[in-house]
Design a protein around this ligand. Structure first.
Ligand code: NAD
Length: 332
């Protein structure tokens, strides 16, 4: 069992980064950024004259080809065993950068500095790294924890509103499937910084309990079995949708499924769906989307034999993983 990464919450990212580097004797580091974090986030570190690798933004770039490019750049920049890759960006950057660092020269250290709400509450924590393959989400990758995750809400000022909205899906997911208190706190509109702290700590707690995703961590797949297939479908037709929007639609579908299986009451289902649709502007999955996502669902890496595997709520704040259902039973 691996020890957790250190998660550092700060309101002054520049000084926290410098003191982390000093304490951990990090002298050679390279930032991985995308075109937007280059503009909005890298300037926080300008006084360090940062060396960086820059890729295009968005899910369509979380690919094997881009991974190869990053590795070529790491080599070009002379990164060695004691170098550290600093993933400065959203989930796309931490997923692909974590993977690159994990396989470069059999693995070098990496630090995630999440700059989207999605990455602060979820993606940057927990050590799942990877890329999509033939539009299949996270089809290639490794489990490997970052050495540290430095979280600062300073970055959220420049984040577009739809990215904030998208991230609420993962926050609500955590509340529905694992922590009723968090669900209530969202309902009571608790301060966003407190919600980030709670969510990142819960993600870290689950990761420590089940690093390799063999039992309780699977709860976090709630909304993602359908959500990932939907995301893949839209990627495949060159109309990518934000991860969180796909997950929100996935949760709406899977809540109905849980209710049909008598795992939750109608009242619970209503209150879960109301919270999702209050925070994220999404409609339920329509017939065309369901038909489109089916071919990706049958290739989901979680499938057992020909069954699709779900994690579903059994009430607010609790759930069950490993629920196997045939594709035929999932009529929309
Ligand atoms: N590894 C995991 O455990 C895990 C968990 C959840 C999601 N994910 C993955 O994370 C990805 C989604 O993450 P995301 O929503 O952060 O997407 P993202 O990385 O694509 O970032 C969203 C957009 O915001 C821009 N951006 C980032 N920070 C900014 C800032 N501070 N100001 C202005 N613009 C900024 C980016 O350039 C991008 O255009 C998906 O690939 C998903 O599969 C991984």
């Amino acid at each position: 069992m691996k020890n957790g990464s250190s998660i550092i919450h700060t309101l002054d990212i520049a000084s926290s980064f410098e003191s982390y580097c000093q304490t951990n004797q990090i002298s050679h580091f390279v930032f991985l950024i995308d075109e937007n974090t280059k503009q909005s986030c890298l300037p926080f570190f300008n006084h360090l004259n940062p060396i960086f690798i820059n890729i295009k933004a968005g899910e369509a770039n979380k690919t094997y080809q881009k991974l190869e490019y990053i590795i070529a750049q790491m080599s070009e920049l002379g990164m060695q065993k004691n170098s550290v890759l600093i993933n400065l960006g959203g989930g796309v950057i931490s997923d692909i950068g974590g993977f690159a660092a994990s396989i470069y020269q059999r693995g070098i250290r990496f630090i995630n500095i999440p700059t989207t709400l999605m990455a602060m509450v979820d993606a940057a924590i927990g050590g799942k790294n990877g890329v999509d393959f033939n539009h299949l989400k996270n089809f290639i990758g490794v489990f490997n924890l970052p050495n540290a995750v430095l979280i600062s809400p300073q970055f959220l000022k420049t984040l577009p509103q739809n990215e904030i909205e998208s991230a609420w899906s993962e926050v609500i997911k955590m509340g529905i499937i694992y922590n009723q208190q968090l669900f209530n706190n969202i309902h009571n509109e608790l301060d966003l910084y407190e919600i980030i702290k709670t969510c990142s700590n819960l993600k870290s707690e689950i990761t420590l309990l089940d690093f390799r995703d063999q039992n309780i961590r699977q709860l976090l797949n709630f909304g993602h079995t359908i959500g990932h297939a939907l995301e893949s479908y839209y990627l495949s037709i060159n109309q990518p949708i934000l991860h969180g929007f796909a997950v929100a639609k996935g949760m709406l579908f899977e809540i109905d499924l849980a209710q049909k299986l008598n795992m939750i009451s109608i009242e619970e289902s209503k209150s879960m769906k109301l919270m999702i649709q209050t925070k994220v502007r999404v409609e339920s999955i329509n017939h065309n989307e369901f038909e489109g996502l089916k071919s990706f669902l049958i290739k989901d890496k979680k499938n057992i034999n020909s069954n699709i595997v779900f994690s579903l709520p059994t009430g607010i704040g609790k759930g069950k993983w490993g629920i196997e259902l045939s594709i035929e039973s999932l009529n929309n």
